[in-house]
Ligand binder design. Structure first.
Ligand SMILES: Cc1ncc(COP(=O)(O)OP(=O)(O)O)c(N)n1
Ligand SMILES: Cc1nc(C(=O)O)sc1CCOP(=O)(O)O
Ligand SMILES: [Mg+2]
Length: 224
């Protein structure tokens, strides 16, 4: 992948879908196909939590989902596992504060996309210094999906980052639905990142398209 521009990164973050087999009501490949039909712009493979696949079956699923993303030209990001991302030739990696150090990951992955979770201004500053292409800021709202999630912080940190002049691409995460996505964008995020709002929906395509409505409505106001 050629070096990601900031403009392109912002576009990709608009509706960032994350999933693994344990998050889905039906087959993850069906859910991903439907989510793509509904308009997602970026995908993260996050095979994590009780009952998740391991070893060969985990990698098989990653290969399958990456194939779907490739066919539809949706960039494929791997959560946590930098070596898997490199082995598969994924488009990027997302890491958090308890994962490998961002500066080391940047050295390993070259120009691939590097996303880093940030819960404070200081974490954001360090992630940018280490070469992050985007920040995942959250949990914005209460989430039942991540066992070790921190307390919800609301859209305040996103707003504060923008007020302090940070222009790195930002995606909000945690408890985001079509009903509250607009608040996250209004605070200055480039997009929203969701698991359950799409993976647990009866109609993932419809859920994705409804999320996009919320994002796009405020996005056009931000540009005025
Ligand atoms: C887009 C995005 N933002 C944040 C996270 C969370 O990463 P992390 O804190 O490392 O937690 P896990 O997802 O690994 O449990 C994310 N995955 N994606
Ligand atoms: C993977 C993840 N990371 C978070 C963070 O705060 O960094 S919250 C979260 C779970 C997001 O799932 P849902 O959209 O179902 O709430
Ligand atoms: Mg992680």
């Amino acid at each position: 992948m050629t070096k990601m521009t900031v403009t392109k990164m912002r576009e990709l973050l608009k509706l960032y879908f994350i999933t693994g087999s344990v998050n889905c009501k039906k087959n993850p490949d069906e859910v991903l196909e439907e989510a793509i039909r509904g308009g997602i712009t970026l995908f993260q493979f996050r095979e994590k939590g009780t009952g998740s696949l391991t070893r060969a079956s985990r990698e098989e699923l990653a290969v399958k989902l990456m194939g779907i993303c490739r066919r539809h030209r949706i960039p494929f990001i791997v959560n946590d596992d930098v070596d898997l991302a490199i082995r598969l030739g994924a488009d990027g990696v997302h890491i958090g504060q308890d994962d490998e150090r961002a500066s080391e990951v940047r050295k390993k992955i070259g120009d691939k996309i590097l996303g880093v979770s940030a819960h404070t201004l200081e974490e954001a500053r360090l992630a940018i210094e280490a070469g992050a292409n985007y920040l995942g800021v959250g949990p914005i709202f209460l989430t039942a999906t991540k066992d070790d999630a921190k307390k919800p912080i609301g859209p305040g940190l996103v707003r504060e980052l923008r007020e302090k002049g940070y222009d790195i691409p930002i995606v909000g995460i945690g408890g985001i639905t079509s009903a509250n996505a607009a608040e996250v964008i209004a605070a200055g995020a480039d997009g929203v990142s969701v698991i359950s709002a799409i993976s647990q929906a009866h109609e993932p395509a419809l859920a994705a398209s409804e999320l996009l409505v919320g994002v796009s409505r405020v996005e056009s106001k931000n540009q005025v």
